[in-house]
Write a protein that binds this ligand. Structure first.
Ligand SMILES: [Zn+2]
Length: 443
């Protein structure tokens, strides 16, 4: 149907259907309110997001408010007298390097602090003593050591190792699912690079109101009922890039099984490596945060879907503007130029590492404004309809927007506003998944 048209929507057995309505069909007058396709978050870390809700936010703005790292963590300890204190969102570059000694000085252990990218954890000595084997030869790779061989407290890419060892309450995924539904999200793709049977079982047990697709760490991970298995997630780190033949082998194996890969690429070299290793139209590039003009042309030739995070322009844009040479900024967090190059593009939150609210990302895709209001890469802005389409894709083909058409699942968001009046962050009146109300109320 034509966008903005006033029309009837018929839902039969959870799907949109063509008329006439069967006898006994219940009718609801939406009073001219706008109806859009249910939003999909194509890249979100649900377990980390749920954990962050019972943790201490150590992002720069929260540290300013709390009066510094020590004050924020001590306040966390006051709220939670026992067990591990978990901090997240700490900006190692902006707020200062961190190691065990600094955390020891607070005397509130055991404590663990995740940096804002999710790559590093920093533990205090009490925490390290609880987790690390006495014999350093048994420590996993990723335990950073000082010149004397002692652990500094920094753990690199040991998220899963840590999760398996810290006695922490099961994160409240239900609260996350309910809140996302209230923001209009009907489908989520969990992007956990470590996702195996344990993680998928947790996601399945939560009974989220959304359709849940989970990326997995390898081909052998099977999905429990209620979860769909998505692409194989491939994590790249500049300081330990895989051998290109190994990577090509993984991609080839995935393709041979009819599966896609989703390659985490936040630097130019990672994009180049992914392409050289055989990423193609079946696959996804996650983030694509830095893409030069040459990189853009190469991506357009290979044709993977780009799954980007417009919301990071809002939350990190001021930092980028301060840290980067103006000539480098054009390559950062592109959006419109991906579309102009003919690439399929989808939007996502990367929460908790980006803002979880899809409307923050949508607003930033349209206005390209940072938190302070500065314009960031204004040429990369898209109009509101395009922005909505970036969140309307099927999770298994995120760059191709679903239409509100007969035969499609009735995953719908009813906005408390008329179509033309859509404000950047309109209020969501009701969210339906397969025709069933999962948040809000009908008028
Ligand atoms: Zn991510």
């Amino acid at each position: 149907m034509r966008p903005g048209a006033t029309t009837d929507l018929l839902i039969v057995d959870g799907d949109l259907a063509a008329g006439p309505a069967p006898a006994g069909t219940e009718s609801v007058d939406l009073g001219g309110r706008a109806v859009i396709a249910g939003l999909a978050d194509h890249h979100v870390h649900l377990l980390a997001l749920a954990a962050s809700w019972s943790s201490v936010d150590l992002s720069p703005s929260c540290l300013d408010e709390a009066g510094g790292l020590g004050a924020a963590l001590r306040a966390g300890r006051a709220r939670q007298p026992d067990g591990w204190i978990r901090g997240f969102g700490y900006d190692v570059t902006g707020s200062g390097a961190l190691d065990r000694r600094e955390l020891d000085g607070l005397g509130i252990g055991p404590v663990r602090v995740q940096d804002r990218t999710g790559i590093l954890w920093v533990l205090d000595s009490r925490g390290l003593d609880e987790l690390l084997p006495a014999d350093p030869r048994l420590w996993p790779d990723g335990v950073q050591r000082d010149a004397s061989g002692a652990a500094t407290g920094v753990l690199v890419r040991l998220d899963r190792w840590l999760r398996e060892r810290v006695a922490a309450p099961v994160p409240d995924l239900g609260a996350v699912g309910g809140w996302l539904a209230s923001r209009g999200v009907t489908s989520v793709t969990d992007a956990g690079a470590d996702n195996g049977e344990t993680e998928l079982a947790l996601l399945a047990a939560a009974g989220l109101p959304q359709r849940v697709v989970a990326m997995v760490r390898d081909l052998h991970v099977a999905a429990p009922p209620g979860i769909e298995v998505g692409p194989i997630k491939v994590l790249l780190d500049d300081d330990r890039l895989p051998d290109i033949d190994d990577l090509a082998g993984r991609i080839e194996a995935a393709h041979a099984h009819g599966r896609a890969v989703a390659v985490h690429c936040v630097t130019e070299v990672q994009v180049a490596l992914a392409l050289a290793a055989g990423v193609d139209r079946r696959d996804r590039i996650e983030h694509g945060s830095v893409v030069s003009d040459g990189g853009l042309a190469a991506l357009a030739r290979a044709g993977p879907t780009i799954v980007t995070q417009p919301g990071l322009v809002a939350t990190r844009g001021d930092r980028y503007l301060a840290d980067h040479d103006p000539s480098d900024l054009a390559a950062l967090h592109r959006l419109r130029s991906f579309l102009d190059a003919g690439l399929r593009v989808a939007a996502s939150s990367d929460a908790p590492y980006g803002p979880a609210d899809p409307w923050i990302g949508l607003a930033a895709a349209v206005d390209r404004r940072t938190a302070s209001g500065a314009l960031f890469g204004g040429d990369e802005a898209v109009d509101r309809r395009t922005a909505l389409r970036l969140l309307a894709g099927d999770p298994h083909d995120p760059g191709t927007p679903r239409l509100l058409a007969a035969g499609e699942p009735a995953d719908l968001v009813i906005l408390d506003t008329e179509w033309g009046a859509t404000t950047p962050q309109p209020s969501v009146l009701a969210t339906l998944r397969s025709g069933r109300l999962i948040a809000g109320r009908l008028p």
